[in-house]
Design a protein around this ligand. Structure first.
Ligand SMILES: [Fe+2]
Length: 355
């Protein structure tokens, strides 16, 4: 293939019949063949060389097997003129217009790049401000902005994440806090690619869909105030969410499905619904689980009394035994979370003390 241009944009593909092929025909243009599995172009016949009987048979054989006849765009006019065909009759010569979603996403990505070069987003500073002011909009908007730059063509779950973020991440709400915190924490743990973040964002939005099929009591009462049978019922919500998604026909990736189903699994096997342990749990499920747990604990959803988020983080960091507080997210994720959630001031103080 050395020396043969492999850029598909420089060729157009034609039906073999357009060449009106017959033995010993001579064409004033070069004929290439495209191999659809190897995805490469090879010279089949040089211009002004006779198409021998053997070559004609071989060309027919190639096209029957799925190979395609290709002509260099540089010889387009020569081809059209000598074969007496019109440009509009060749599908591969029609201009491919970019979908408006793709154009919009590219423009957003460019804008974000420009914005980032001027001012960088500091998660720890912004989190501290959000906790102090009880306003999480800047953290939520940052994830909305980021999700709007996700490429539309890499997976349907990523496209869904972009759409959900655009339509829903517009206000400060408990679900949006979970979506934003988990996406920020995942990035802080090094999980930054749009495929991972798209799966996580969709899972964060959909994980509690199952609540809609449960008694209202579960949304009103604190978790620790539920009786054992009620807790057992409540533990069915990840399965119910998964069931509703399946029934609705909504297509999500396998990993997204895993994240939402496993968001209550804990590294030591103390979670539910399947009591999975360590490496058998999807890491992004632990990130979602930790984010949702911190926010729920702080809001009073676990114990019945709200607890300042700084206290929740402190207790998690010091592994202080507090009723209902979970810390079993695995060493790697746990340490990253503590580093990311710990206030920047304390970090500065520590540096100052060390100096
Ligand atoms: Fe949950």
């Amino acid at each position: 293939m050395k020396g043969v241009d492999q850029n598909s944009e420089n060729y157009f593909h034609v039906d073999l019949e357009l060449l009106k092929p017959k033995a010993y025909a001579i064409y004033p243009f070069q004929i290439f063949v495209y191999h659809p599995i190897a995805k490469n172009y090879n010279v089949f016949l040089h211009g002004n060389s006779p198409l021998t009987k053997e070559k004609l048979e071989f060309l027919k054989f190639i096209t029957q097997k799925g190979g395609e006849v290709a002509i260099s765009r540089k010889q387009k006019r020569t081809f059209l003129h000598s074969c007496r065909v019109k440009e509009e009759d060749i599908p591969s010569l029609k201009e491919v217009t970019e979908h408006e979603f793709i154009t919009r996403q590219r423009e957003r990505a460019k804008k974000r790049e420009q914005k980032e070069s001027k001012e960088k987003f500091h998660f720890k500073d912004e989190l501290e401000k959000a906790i102090k002011s009880d306003n999480w909009m800047p953290l939520i908007e940052e994830i909305r902005d980021l999700a709007l730059t996700f490429p539309y063509t890499i997976s349907h779950t990523v496209s869904l994440a972009s759409t959900l973020a655009e339509k829903l991440l517009t206000k400060d709400s408990p679900t949006n806090r979970v979506v934003a915190l988990s996406a920020h924490l995942a990035q802080g743990c090094g999980m930054k690619d749009p495929l991972a973040l798209g799966d996580l964002i969709c899972a964060a939005f959909l994980a509690h869909l199952g609540h809609t099929q449960m008694q209202m009591l579960f949304s009103q009462k604190a978790y620790l105030e539920l009786s054992s049978p009620q807790r057992r019922d409540y533990s069915k919500h990840p399965g119910l969410s998964q069931h509703m998604i399946r029934k609705s026909g909504l297509i999500i990736s396998e990993r997204c499905n895993k994240i939402l189903y496993q968001h209550h699994e804990r590294f030591d096997g103390s979670g539910y619904p399947e009591y999975k342990q360590g490496q058998f749990i999807e890491p992004l499920a632990l990130v979602l689980g930790a984010s949702a747990h911190i926010l729920e604990y702080s809001s009073g959803k676990i114990t019945g009394s709200p607890v300042a988020m700084s206290v929740v983080i402190k207790n998690m960091k010091e592994k202080t035994l507090s009723p209902g507080l979970e810390i079993e997210f695995g060493d790697t994720i746990y340490e990253s979370l503590i580093y990311l959630l710990d206030s920047p001031k304390k970090e500065n103080e520590n540096t100052a003390n060390a100096a």
